[in-house]
Write a protein that binds this ligand. Sequence first.
Ligand SMILES: [Zn+2]
Length: 144
Amino acid sequence: MSDADFMRAALAAAARNVGATGDNPSVGCVIVQDGAVIAEGVTDVGGRPHAEERALSGRDAAGATAYVTLEPCAKRTSGALSCSDHLIKAGVTRVVIAARDPHPFADGAGVARMRAAGITVELGLLEAEARAQNAEFFARWDKG
Ligand SMILES: [Zn+2]
């Protein structure tokens, strides 16, 4: 399976809850370790937990790659651990993201935080597909 195949799996997971996540976008997350999918998650109905929390749920993902359809958040209203922190804590070493999250709780800060922690972060794989899934969300938050 290629990076694009795994990202397509993440997009398929996200597709399950499109329209059911309130103000939050429906995001998909696939965790791959040693070439095999060990977990996947989608944003829960109502908007939380987030896809990354669902996929990781406290699991050790040492050395794994996470494929996420939207940049992981860097901050939460509730004071809960952000998804960037969850990925760092789980030991993920590479994160492949489809689209940057324009929301102020991410907006590049998720990428920056994970890179600062030594994670390899790649951005833009199947971006158009990911943006189309959550077109309303992007229309609301994209600046110009
Ligand atoms: Zn999050």
